[in-house]
Structures are given as structure tokens and as C-alpha cells.
Design a protein around this ligand. Structure first.
Ligand SMILES: Cc1cc2nc3c(=O)[nH]c(=O)nc-3n(C[C@H](O)[C@H](O)[C@H](O)COP(=O)(O)OP(=O)(O)OC[C@H]3O[C@@H](n4cnc5c(N)ncnc54)[C@H](O)[C@@H]3O)c2cc1C
Length: 670
């Protein structure tokens, strides 16, 4: 994939983005975060992204990770994932926008185009004013079953003529470059071909669609009657659909990262909303079923963080993804279902305000509309589930035991089948085996004859079992040393666990699965402890089916099992110090400004802040300290400030939501 020296010398000037080249991954991602801040979903208009705003992102380098170094890129799988994760936390639609250009449109050019096409196209995307590119597969008559494709290509002098109609393409009317799939029926049977098409070659948007969500992206009907020069045909697979599967996998893999960023935001905002909203005299979050919904969202975030970790550390978007077919299908199925269900929980929690476009208190309406399509596009989940089940069935009935979980080609643990049922296969297969044994899953119901509808359901079972195994695996992994790795690595190397893969992990203290770690946890957890805490909220357990069929719990038992109302700020709930916002017991919502504070700053705030609260028992009980008692309280605490052993106190500065009041919040760790 490396271009010749001549080729490199002749590419367009890249000077404007050159300063980004030497940045470490952490520095580079910090720049993306800074650029993304102005596109926050709470304030950014729901309209097509103007070119000047796209330029803000391209100038920050959102396209560089997919591009090879010789074309001014950063050539980084990890950064491709992290860019969309960061964007998704700010604005889900913008993350999709970027993932379409990088993962769907440019990656195939980087991987499979000839040198002439790469030299013609890639430098355009390495500059600060990069165009956009789209991926044209779906047609009005064919979305799920690609064998129904009607767009054709024929060989003409100097190249190919492509004719047909596509629809629903992201960036339909605005992308300058396209990756188009077409078919040719010949004497030797049907052949599929992929082509890099410039809009001016004959790509015409004849009709615009109005989508329900993801409004920064435009969609429509695209009529193609194009001449494409011969060098812009790219060689993906052997011309049949199954050998081209790789080209569809990158977008699905990136959804793991995207879901993680999105759900981090949804989990944080749903909790903040439920803490701030009063129902009678109590906060919304004091209601048992509201806590159930919040736990479900937290659980979804945990699972997607584990899937994201898997994608970052076990896959490699800069090389062949086909061996990871099963795991990528599972990532897409689970991550997107959790996005949709979490957005639904969030919207429900926000009541009428969640049905309001542009509500000042939440982004639930937008989150719901933007996430809904994820189970539909990029391969509808129902079809992907069927394919996943079929893949496992094929392997369960296969005698050679070939195949692997990851793109490194390492063996996946299934050492050959004697034709046993699906349940036996899943119990042995590395992607699912840890979850089957850890949860004692009895999957024998999958061993009967499976009709089409059962295949879809079986695929979902497999996908969720896969996800459960990834959470266990993530928890068991030792944490990497927290140093930023180099931005680039050899294309051939498989990405390994890196500090960057952990930097955005969220932390909770409830129901932890622990593993050795050097990462700091939230305030309230001992920093001296070398344990990674992977949060497993209670709802996660409902995914596991126990071996013995258990009597369903009665409503009374379920109710009795719910934590008491005092649980609101009790053990298992993140302390205020670990949150960006919290509501005190007077119902006032505070937003974190900074912390933990240096002793001198904390001392100053003891007298200057409008309020002083000591969060005793890791924030389980709020002691409001009146002005007259503040110095006494300070003298009791100051020697235990940032102490290594309990009790230890950590001071934070919070501000009221209107910014008028300052709170010194000192949390006691015990
Ligand atoms: C916002 C958005 C962006 C998109 N972006 C792009 C893009 O950039 N490029 C592009 O080429 N396309 C794009 N698409 C198209 C998208 O990939 C297709 O809509 C999707 O693949 C489904 O195809 P379809 O719409 O033709 O649905 P159909 O194929 O008609 O399927 C409809 C439904 O039938 C059911 N179904 C189908 N097959 C099965 C099965 N085997 N088992 C069970 N149920 C099944 C499912 O419930 C499915 O949702 C986009 C679509 C949307 C809405």
C-alpha cells in the first residue's frame, strides 16, 4: 500500500495540516475534542452541515486517521475509532457524517484502489478544505438483499459505463466523490464491481429525502449515468458478494466506538436530569423504576464501552476485516439496539420535555430521533442477526474448524466440529465461550430446527452472548501503562491494548467486576487500589440465563429486591465528585467547575464560597456547613486532605446552573 517516492512528491500541498503530523494520539484527540465542542447537540442547529463547518472539522484532522502517512494522514485504526467516539458524544449525527467519509468511502480507496486512483483522490482529503465522499450501495428496489442490485456496469473504451439508481445515500447531494457498486451479467455469470466516481462523472441527485433524524446529513435519490476511467475500478474480493463483505464491515465496526460516545452522553444527561427534576418533594431519581431505567442506560454504556474496547484493540480497520465478520456483526447488533433502547429510556424519563425539540433541559428528543435509524442502516439488524446465526451454524457443522475471531488470524478456540448443535459450538467458540461458562447459559433451545425467524432470534442470542463475553474479557484484562502511544504503527501490526483505549472509560462504583489496573478511579474509590472497576449494573445480569430454569420472580419479590429510596445517594451510586453535575438535598443542581482542588485553593473557598457541603461517606450524606462553622470544619479536615488512607477528603468547586453561586464540595472517601 505504500506509494512510490514520485507519487508522494506529486501530491497536493499538505502544509496546512502538517502541524498535526507529529502530535501524539492524546494531543491529536484533544484537538478533535476542542473542535467538536461548538457542534454540541444541545445547541447546534438541526440542519445540513454547511461547508465551512465541515472545514472546521477537517482542519482539526478528522479525516487524517484513515489516510496513509505518505498522503499526509495518520494511518491509525485507534484514532479512527476515537475520532467518531469523541464526535458521537457531542453530536451523534456528526459522528455518522465523519464515519461515512472515513470508514465507508475512503477506507476502501486506501485499501484496494490502485496507485493512480489513490494519488488522484487521497491528497484531496488530506488538506484543510477536504471535500466529502459517500458510499452508494442501496437502491430503491434493493437494500437488504444485494443480489437484487440493478445498477450495471459495462466495459467501454478507457474505462466503464455505470448506469442505475441508488437512494438513501448519506451526503447524497453534497458529496463530491462516491464509491459505487454495480453488477455485470456475463456468460460466466454475475460479477459485482466497485468504482470510485466523481460527481461530475455523471452522479446526479434527482430528489431529496427529508429524514426524521441525523439532520446534518442530506439524503436522496441518486441517478447514475457515468463514465469512470479504468484506473478507478477497485479490486475488492473476487467479484461475488460474499467475497466483498469486508467493505461493509468497517462502518459496522465503527458503530462500537460511536455507540460508546453516544451512550456516555445519554447516561450522564439522563442521570443529571433525573437528579434535578423534582416530583413532589423528591427528585425524579428517587423513584425506583426511574432508577431501573437509569441503570439500564448505564448498563448499555458499560456494554458498549467493552465492545468499543474490543473494536479498538482486537480489530484493525487499516487491514482486512473479513476474518472478524462474526464479531463485527455482533458489535453492530448489540450496540445499535442498546443505543435505541437507551434513547427510549432517556426520552421517557424526561417526560414532556423529552418530546420538545430544542428543550433547554435535555437532548432526549434529538437522541431518540438520531439513534433510531441505527438498527436499520448499515445492514438492517434483522438480516445481520440471521447472517450471524447462519455463520455459526455453518461453522458448527463444519469439520475443518478454520476461521478466527480477530483480524490477526489467531485461532478462535473451535477445534473442529463433529456436527454437534449450536449450543455446544457456542460453549466452545472463543467469542462466546467465556460468557456461556461464566453465566452458566443453557442455550440448548438453539439446537432444534431453526426457521428463518428463529435464525434471526438465534443471531441476537449469539450477539448478546458475544457482548457478555467482551465485558468479562475487558474486566479481566490488565490495564495498560498510561502513556500515550505513537500515532502510527506498521500497517501489518495488530493494534494492542493501549492507554488511549482506556482514556474515556467511565467509572462507577456499583456492582464492579475488578481487574488489576493502574488507572485512577473516581473519587470515592481508593486511588491506592490497583483494581480496574468495570461497572456491571444490575440489569446486565438479566442478560444471563441461568442453567436451571428458575421460577419467575413475583412482582412482590422484584419490588422487595429494589434498593431502598435512600439508595439515591448511597453506596453504588456515583458520588457527586465523580459526576459533572449533581443535585444536593435542597434540590439545587450544581455543575462541577474543577477539582480535586489544591489545598490552598480549597482553603480560600472555605471563606469565599457561597456554600460549603461535606459529602460524608463518599457523598452518601450531605453535611451543610453554616458560615460560622466553616473554619472549625476546615481544621478538622485539612490534615486528611488527599490522604492516602481513609478517611481522606477531596475538595471540588461547583457552580450553580445560573453561574451565580459557588459551592465548595469536600468529599469524604472511606
Ligand atoms: C439515514 C439512512 C442513511 C443511510 N445511508 C446509506 C448510505 O450511506 N449508503 C447506502 O448505500 N445506503 C444507505 N442507507 C440505506 C440503508 O443501508 C438501507 O435502508 C438498509 O440497508 C435497509 O434496506 P432497505 O431500506 O431497502 O430495507 P429492506 O431491505 O426493504 O428491509 C426492510 C425491513 O425488512 C426486514 N428484513 C429484511 N431482511 C430481513 C431478514 N433477512 N430477516 C428478517 N427481517 C428482514 C427488516 O426488518 C428490515 O428493516 C441509509 C439509510 C438510512 C435510513
Amino acid at each position: 500500500m505504500t506509494g512510490s517516492a514520485d507519487a508522494v512528491a506529486s501530491v497536493a500541498p499538505l502544509a496546512a495540516l502538517a502541524p498535526l503530523a507529529p502530535l501524539s494520539t492524546e494531543e491529536f484527540i484533544a484537538g478533535i475534542e476542542a473542535a467538536a465542542a461548538r457542534f454540541d447537540a444541545a445547541t447546534y442547529p438541526q440542519r445540513e452541515l454547511p461547508a465551512e463547518d465541515w472545514a472546521v472539522l477537517t482542519e482539526a484532522g478528522v479525516l487524517l486517521p484513515v489516510l496513509p502517512a505518505e498522503y499526509g494522514g495518520r494511518d491509525s485504526h485507534v484514532e479512527m475509532c476515537r475520532v467518531v467516539e469523541v464526535l458521537a458524544e457531542r453530536n451523534l449525527a456528526l459522528a455518522v457524517y465523519t464515519a461515512v467519509v472515513t470508514g465507508l468511502a475512503l477506507r476502501p480507496v486506501v485499501l484496494w484502489a490502485g496507485e493512480e486512483a489513490r494519488r488522484e483522490v487521497l491528497p484531496l482529503f488530506a488538506g484543510p478544505l477536504a471535500p466529502t465522499a459517500g458510499f452508494a450501495s442501496t437502491e430503491p428496489g434493493c437494500g437488504s438483499a444485494m443480489s437484487g442490485l440493478t445498477t450495471t456496469f459495462e466495459e467501454v473504451e478507457g474505462g466503464y459505463r455505470i448506469r442505475g439508481r441508488k437512494h438513501w445515500q448519506a451526503l447524497s447531494a453534497t458529496a463530491s466523490w462516491w464509491l459505487v457498486v454495480a453488477r455485470r451479467d456475463g456468460d460466466d455469470g454475475r460479477e459485482y464491481g466497485w468504482f470510485v466516481v466523481e460527481r461530475g462523472d455523471g452522479f446526479h441527485t434527482s430528489h431529496r429525502y427529508e429524514a426524521l433524524g441525523l439532520k446534518v446529513i442530506d439524503y436522496g435519490v441518486n441517478d447514475i449515468d457515468a463514465f469512470v476511467p479504468a484506473h478507478r475500478r477497485i479490486e475488492v474480493g473476487a467479484g461475488n458478494l460474499s467475497s466483498m463483505v469486508d467493505i461493509y464491515l468497517s462502518g459496522r465496526a465503527l458503530i462500537g466506538a460511536l455507540a460508546c460516545g453516544f451512550l456516555r452522553r445519554v447516561a450522564r444527561e439522563a442521570r443529571a436530569y433525573a437528579d434535578a427534576r423534582r416530583i413532589g418533594r423528591s427528585p425524579l431519581s428517587a423513584i425506583g423504576f426511574v432508577r431501573y431505567r437509569l441503570e439500564a442506560v448505564d448498563s448499555a454504556h458499560t456494554v458498549c464501552a467493552a465492545l468499543n474496547h474490543h473494536v479498538r484493540t482486537r480489530l484493525d480497520l487499516t487491514s482486512d476485516l473479513a476474518p472478524a465478520f462474526a464479531s463485527i456483526q455482533a458489535v453492530k447488533i448489540v450496540a445499535t439496539e442498546l443505543m435505541v433502547s437507551s434513547a427510549n429510556h432517556y426520552q421517557q424519563l424526561t417526560g414532556g420535555e423529552g418530546y420538545r425539540s430544542g428543550s433547554p433541559t435535555n437532548i432526549a428528543a434529538q437522541a431518540f430521533l438520531d439513534s433510531r435509524v441505527f438498527t436499520i442502516f448499515d445492514g438492517t439488524n434483522d438480516l445481520l442477526s440471521q447472517q450471524l446465526a447462519q455463520h455459526c451454524l455453518d461453522r458448527a457443522g463444519r469439520a475443518d474448524g478454520s476461521g478466527s475471531l480477530d483480524s490477526s488470524g489467531s485461532p478462535d478456540g473451535w477445534d473442529g466440529s463433529d456436527g454437534r448443535g449450536l449450543s455446544a459450538f457456542l460453549a466452545d467458540w472463543a467469542p462466546t465461550a467465556p460468557a456461556v461458562s461464566a453465566h452458566g447459559l443453557d442455550l440448548r433451545f438453539l439446537d432444534g430446527e431453526l426457521g428463518q425467524e428463529h435464525l434471526v432470534l438465534a443471531g441476537r442470542v449469539i450477539a448478546y452472548t458475544f457482548a457478555a463475553a467482551r465485558v468479562l474479557e475487558w474486566a479481566a484484562e490488565p490495564a495498560p501503562t498510561p502513556t500515550a502511544g505513537p500515532a502510527r504503527r506498521p500497517r501489518s501490526s495488530r493494534p494492542t491494548s493501549s492507554a488511549s483505549a482506556w482514556s474515556s472509560t467511565s467509572w462507577r462504583a456499583s456492582g464492579p467486576v475488578t481487574g488489576p489496573t493502574s488507572e485512577p478511579g473516581p473519587a470515592g474509590l481508593s486511588r491506592a487500589s490497583h483494581q480496574r472497576v468495570v461497572p456491571i449494573p444490575k440489569t446486565w445480569e438479566s442478560w444471563a440465563m441461568p442453567k436451571k430454569r428458575q421460577r419467575p420472580a413475583t412482582l412482590a419479590e422484584i419490588t422487595a429486591a429494589l434498593p431502598p429510596v435512600e439508595y439515591w445517594y448511597g453506596e453504588g451510586i456515583p458520588s457527586p465528585a465523580g459526576r459533572t453535575e449533581f443535585t444536593d438535598d435542597d434540590g439545587r443542581l450544581w455543575r462541577k467547575v474543577r477539582g480535586p482542588l489544591h489545598r490552598n485553593l480549597a482553603r480560600r473557598l472555605v471563606t469565599q464560597a457561597d456554600e460549603l457541603i461535606v459529602g460524608e461517606g463518599a457523598g452518601g450524606h450531605f453535611r451543610h456547613v453554616p458560615p460560622a462553622d466553616r473554619l472549625t470544619a476546615w481544621h478538622e479536615i485539612k490534615d486528611r486532605l488527599h490522604a492516602d488512607e481513609a478517611p481522606s477528603y477531596h475538595p471540588y468547586e461547583f457552580a450553580s446552573m445560573d453561574g451565580l453561586l459557588t459551592l465548595l464540595y469536600i468529599e469524604e472517601s472511606c
